[in-house]
Every structure is written in C-alpha cells, then in structure tokens.
Write a protein that binds this ligand. Structure first.
Ligand code: CDP
Length: 768
C-alpha cells in the first residue's frame, strides 16, 4: 500500500481524520442535553434501537459501571463526566452515544433517544455562582462553586502604593467568552487492530499527551495505543483537551469489535468544546501626575463552566496571567483570580494565547489608555515613559517573570515612523474640529511563550519539555521528527530550515514528520506558541549533536585529529586550510560507508528543557473612522511591528501575523459566545458566531525588529500568538480614542456597530 493511501500514515498534505475509511466502520453520534441544568429522570433508548442500522447506545450509567464515567481534565485538578450521570450541567452536554452503520442512521438514532429531564435552577455567571445558592458540583469534596483562588505579587504593598498614588484609575474589563472555531471540527476514528492494539486517528494538538491520558483513563497499556494526528484543519488551542466523544468512540470500538468514526458538527464544536477567555477583570493603576506608574492591581472573576477543564499547566491555574504588568516597569503589583463553576460548557483553553496572556495583555493595554486619558497625556508618551528599558533586560517583573530580551522603544519608534504618527495626529485634530470621529489605537504588548521550564511547568505531572530526533541518510537527505504538531503553522518548512542551517544541507531534502506517537519522540505538542521556543530549540540542539558526531567522521576523512577540524562556511575543513574540506553530504555518506573508528550512522535526539520562557513583543497601531450616524467602524490602517527574536522564515511569520490579526479583529468586533440568563447558548453556528471573510478583513501592514532571545539556541521566540494577544486592545483603543471627544471611556468587546451607535447616542443625549 502506498504511504498516502495507508490510513495508518496520514502525515502529509490533505489527509484529515474524516478521510479515514476502514472496513466495517461504524459511525457515532452523540445525544446532547437541551437543558443547561437538569436532573435526568430517565433515558429511553428503545426507539433508537429500532432505527435501521443502529447497533448500540451507551449512556453515562453504562460507562460508570465500566469505571469510565469520568475523565481527568487537562491539568488533572478536576474531572469531567464523559456522558452525563444523574444530571446535566450545560446545554449540549454529552448524554448518550449512538453507534450505527451510517452517519445518517447514527444521527437518526440520537434523535430517537428519549431523555426525561427535570430542570434545575441555572447559574449563568460567576457572580451568581459566587453566592453558592445553587451548588453545581455536589460530586466534589468542597461544596462550593468556587474552584480556586490564585494570586501573585505583594498585596499589602500594592494596596498602600495604590492608595498613596496621586492619580488612580480603575476599570472593570470583560474579555468575553469566545471560541477558536477551527474550520475543521474535532473528530476521531478508533480501531482495535487484529493485535488488539488501539489505532486512534484524532484531531489532536498533543498526540503523546493523548496516548498517556487514554491509557490512564481506559487502563489500556500505553504500548497498545497508537495515536495519529494527521492534518487537523486548524487547532488554535481547541484541539488540546481530550473530549468525551473520544472516550465514547474508543469504548464503542472495544464493545462492538468494529472501528468507530466520530466527526463533530459545527454546532457541537461551538457549544461543547473548549471555549476561551471569559475573564471579568477589575484593573487599577496608580501613577504620578506626570504619568509614572506606581502600582498595578487586578482582581478577576473567571467563568470556567461546568467542569474545570481550563488548559493551563498544573501549577498555573490562571496560566501566565501574571504577565499583566505588560511592557511596563511597574514597581509593585498584585494579581488575583477566582474561578467559578457555572452552567456553561467547560473550557478556558489557550486560544492562540499562551495561557491567559491575551486577557492580561488586553487588560493592561486598555488600562494604559484609560490612564492616559485621565492624565491628559498622549497614550504613546505614557507608554514611552513607562517601558522597561533595553538596558534593564533580563528584567525581573513585579509579578515574578524574568523577561529575556526586548527593545520596546525601538519597536515603538519604528511603528510610529512607519505609520506616520505625527501626520495622523494632525489629521485627527482637523477631523475632530469638524466633529468627525477618527481614532488611533495602540497596543505595545509583551507576551510570554515557550512553556516551559520543567521546574515550573507540567501537564498531568508530565514536564513541559519537547523533543526532536534527526536522522541523516547516506545521501545527505534526512528526516526530523518532533513532539510538536503543526496545524498549519508551517513546521514542515521552518524545522527543515533549522536542520539545513545547522548542518549545511538542502532544506528541500529534510522531511519533517509530526503527530505519530509510534515514530515521534515524546513531546507535549503545539499550542501557546511553544513550538519554536521548545521543539525548535530541541531541533537546533539535536542538529548540533549530529554535527559533533559528523566532525569525528570528517576528521577521519581528512586524516587529522578532531581538534584540527573546524566547521566553517557550512563545511568541515582542516583549520586554516580551506583547500582541505569535506561537506556534510560527504560525511553523511561516509557515516554509512566509511565511518572509520567511529560508530556508524548519523542521528541524534534531544529533549529540550528550556531555561526560561521567551518574551516576544510588539507595537500595534490601528487607525479607525467611526460613522457618527450609524456606529460603523472602518479600519483605515493597521500596522503590526513584531519582535519575535531571530526570524526563521519571514514568510511563515508574516502568515502567522496575518492569521492572528484576523482572529483578533474578529474578537474585537464580532465574536462572543453568549448565554441568556437561562443558560441557553445563543451562538451555535456560523450565522450567530461570525468568522470574518476576506470582505471584512482589513489590509494588514507588517514590519519587525529583532532582539534575539539570549537563552534560545538560535535566538528565536514564538510568534503565532502575538497578533491575537496584541491586536484586540489596539482595535478597541482606536474606537475609544475616536469616541473620546464624546466622553466615552470604555466599551466591552465585541465592539459591534450597535454598541458603538448606542454609545454615541447616549453620549449625545448627555448620558455618559
Ligand atoms: O507553537 P506554534 O507553532 O503555534 O507557534 P510558533 O512557535 O510561534 O511558530 C509558528 C510558526 O512560525 C512556525 O512555523 C515557526 O517555526 C515560525 N517562526 C519563525 O519562523 N520564526 C520565529 N522567530 C518564530 C516562529
């Protein structure tokens, strides 16, 4: 069988889980709750079993009897019902699984399952949850809806500094619940092969973690599990958690002795898989009258939904929220987060964000604009005054991070010059004099990516290192495998480039393979822009190990001692004698044909444990016009100047920036997963949850500065998350700047036309 046609090997282009078709395959459909909170009085499957083609139905009770009623959530600190047991906790929760000969029969069978519910009172927000009048999770030891309290910084000193500050601003800012909405929903095919081994094709951003989690949940020995994640149609954090549907498909395959395919619908994806954000943040800044920050304090209520399935490393329940001091030299700070259960879908995943960095970045960047407004200082000047200076790196932030490198002033100045800030200010003043609403919005953010150093970071106890294995073949071609998993980020290109650059080989002949747990070394996967900082570093380190070995073989070929050989101009040469040299290609051939006293072969593996995170940063500027009559916002220009350290591939990086800006634009202006007071989800498809097309998407202008990471082998920082982290604040700041002559100080995202129009109307009626 050709590799492309063999469903066990779905690496490569254009192979999706839904393309996997196996003999005798059954299809699974899930019955989902219509109520957000209800007792299950009974489940009647008799009508479903009569549907032509339906083979079996399983419920929560069946799974519970088999010891599979619950699965651990991402960080292992909570558990989640696989299928509802006794009651449902959110609308669209998984209640039963139907297995049938065709997809249509499975769907018909699911329709025919009769569930009798007794509705219970609904807890639709964290502020109601806090009152503990209705306890949602009596299965837990602590009978409260409060999940955790997390804090960092110096509470007392911060309180004193804020109280003693001549100027203070305070703002409640909500980063709304949104959804990554990858174009391909989640899905899997579970098959127990003739050896009784689970062959599991799944849309996973972290295949090895899945293998371990499946083994822990099901008791199947890990060597009997083969996880394959092919092209997965986008992930954005949505394909990190292990979802109930996966467990059901595996159980179905085991019980029925046939392969089972489950592919989510769009509605299932939007309503039941990992949402993002939903942080209600009260942020306060203290400052001197001339705009020097004296303190920052932020207190957050987090809505985690029915189970604590937030995707954060075990010791960081609020992720990297501590980066909320942003790019600014804040003397003292305190941040706290309290999380609550509500009757909503579980999640809080790292949607194009390194674990709550997007929320933190949005809060500080909005607050800086509010402070600038309060002080009557230009928002740029306030930033410039408070930036961490380049000579302060490595910089220890008040909330415990050590920023590796950056030159914020340089990045800002480049952005101002590129966009022509002075001319824009002049134009804005003229327009304001005519009553027109033009806004210029800034976001000068700092990210923290590359989770992470094993002394701090783990998931389910597994340290967050990553890995690379490189094999160079006799002809100088090669293969690199990593524990990361590309979902369209171009690892196939950039990993090959790292190997080629380190070894002087042709990148066209370096095959990149990820996503297959039988072949790739163990890794924690791709999310939170960790691939380049961690797996990318593992690749460079492994390549250098290959080069060390190659040097010994080169010495043999050149008939000199190893100490007399140097690597220069992408080849080995006798020190000071350029005429006597061998290429890596020649060495590769010798490694298999004439290795001399050396061990044959040319390969190396590296498990890279990063010493620190990397801190990419940038200056984003949005220029908008707001129509006073309709509230319509037009993005006239958007400039992103990013600094992600050494750039491996400028085109790939630009693609990352364009994609992330488009998602940030959508969050700022059109996306929100809304629930009504009764807990009904109002955004269940793409007519209610909007995804921007090329028609709405603005033109993106990009530029960059380079301050390499001092601790990364090639100086690279992550970049994929930056545009999503940095851009929402730039958009909203621009709209508020446009509306500021009317006295508008803040609007919650999404800043829809309707909201803007109402703000203008209220302001004109003197209500703000
Ligand atoms: O973890 P993920 O791949 O989503 O994010 P990333 O590490 O930010 O990398 C996204 C893509 O941009 C990868 O193909 C990287 O190799 C590439 N990249 C680059 O070319 N140069 C950088 N300094 C950072 C990322």
């Amino acid at each position: 069988m050709k590799r492309k046609e063999d469903p066990r090997f779905l690496q490569g282009k254009g192979h999706y889980v839904d393309d996997v078709t196996l003999p005798g395959m059954l299809f699974m459909a899930l019955v989902r709750s219509t109520y957000p909170h209800a007792e299950i009085k009974s489940i009647d499957i008799s009508e479903a079993m009569k549907v032509h083609g339906v083979k079996a139905v399983i419920t929560g009770k069946d799974l519970e009897a088999a010891g599979l009623g619950w699965l651990p959530t991402f960080h292992g600190l909570d558990k989640q019902m696989v299928l509802a047991i006794g009651k449902v906790l959110f609308q669209y929760q998984e209640v039963a699984a139907v297995f049938a000969e065709t997809r249509a029969a499975a769907a018909d069978g699911a329709e025919a399952v009769q569930v009798d519910y007794e509705p219970l009172p609904v807890v639709a927000d964290p502020f109601t949850a806090k009152k503990d009048e209705v306890i949602l999770r009596p299965d837990r030891e602590t009978k409260t809806n409060h999940i955790y309290h997390w804090e960092v910084g110096d509470r007392d000193r911060t309180a004193r500094a804020i109280e003693g500050s001549p100027k203070r601003v305070r703002q409640r800012i909500w980063f709304q619940r949104c959804h990554p909405a990858p174009l391909e929903p989640c899905g899997c095919v579970a098959e127990f092969d003739t050896m009784g081994r689970l062959q599991f094709h799944v849309t996973s951003q972290a295949p090895h973690v899945y293998r371990t989690a499946i083994s822990i949940v099901t008791g199947i020995p890990e060597d009997k599990i083969h996880v394959m994640s092919p092209d997965i149609g986008g992930g954005f954090g949505n394909k990190v958690p292990v979802y109930p549907g996966y467990v059901c498909a595996i159980v179905g395959a085991l019980k029925l002795g046939r392969p089972v395919k489950w592919i989510e619908t769009r509605t299932e994806n939007l309503t039941s898989t990992g949402f993002a954000r939903d942080y209600h943040m009260d942020i306060e800044l203290g400052a001197t009258p001339d705009g020097r920050l004296t303190a920052l304090r932020v207190s957050t209520a987090a809505d985690h939904g029915a189970f604590d399935a937030a995707a954060d490393p075990t010791k960081y329940p609020a992720g990297m929220f501590g980066v909320v001091t942003g790019s600014y030299d804040v003397p003292v700070a305190h941040a706290e987060v309290d999380a609550y259960f509500t009757n909503k879908a579980p999640g809080g995943i790292a949607y194009r964000c390194s674990f709550r960095v997007t929320e933190a970045s949005y809060a500080i960047e909005r607050a800086m604009d509010i402070l600038a407004d309060e002080l009557g200082i230009d928002a740029v000047e306030l930033r410039r005054k408070n930036f961490v200076k380049k000579e302060q790196f490595p910089y220890g932030s008040a909330l415990g991070f050590t920023y590796d490198s950056g030159d914020y002033h340089q990045t800002l100045e480049k952005a101002l010059e590129t966009i022509g800030y002075q001319a824009l200010l002049k134009e804005q003043a003229e327009k304001r004099a005519r009553g027109e609403l033009m806004g210029i919005g800034f976001s000068t953010f700092t990210e923290v990516v590359g989770a992470g150093p094993s002394k701090h970071f783990d998931i389910l106890g597994i340290k967050m290192f990553d890995s690379a294995e490189i094999r160079i073949h006799p002809t100088g071609a090669g293969i690199v495998r990593t524990g990361a998993k590309s979902q369209g980020q171009g690892h196939e290109t950039t990993w090959a480039q790292i190997v080629a650059e380190e070894l002087g080989l042709d990148p066209q002949n370096i095959m990149v393979e990820e996503g297959d747990t039988d072949t790739a070394p163990y890794g924690l996967g791709t999310y939170a822009s960790r691939s380049t900082p961690v797996a990318g570093a593992a690749i460079a380190t492994a390549a250098r190990r290959v080069r060390e070995k190659a040097k010994k073989i080169a010495a043999h070929l050149l008939e000199v001692g190893e100490g007399d050989v140097e690597w220069t101009d992408y080849k080995f040469q006798v020190k000071g004698v350029p005429a006597r040299s061998v290429t890596m290609k020649q060495v590769a051939f010798a490694a298999y044909t004439n290795p001399g006293p050396n061990e044959p072969g040319l390969e190396a593996t590296n498990y890279y444990d990063p010493p620190n995170m990397t801190f990419p940063n940038g200056t984003y500027i949005a220029v908008v016009e707001v129509d006073r009559e309709t509230g319509e916002v037009t993005i006239r220009r958007f400039l992103a100047v990013d600094d992600c350290g050494t750039v491996i591939n400028p085109l790939v990086v630009e693609g990352q920036i364009h994609g992330g800006l488009t998602e940030g634009f959508a969050i700022a202006f059109m996306q929100e997963i809304q629930y009504d007071a009764d807990g009904n989800n109002l955004n269940t498809n793409f007519t209610d949850y909007l995804v921007p097309t090329s028609l709405e998407t603005p033109h993106w202008e990009t530029a960059n500065t380079v301050t390499p990471s001092p601790h990364h082998p090639i100086g690279a920082k992550g970049v994929g998350e930056s545009p999503n982290v940095g851009s929402p604040a730039a958009f909203v700041n621009a709209v508020i700047d446009a509306l500021s002559p009317l006295g508008v100080r803040h609007l919650e995202m999404p800043v829809t036309r309707d909201k803007v129009w109402r703000a203008i109307r209220d302001a004109e009626a003197g209500k703000t």
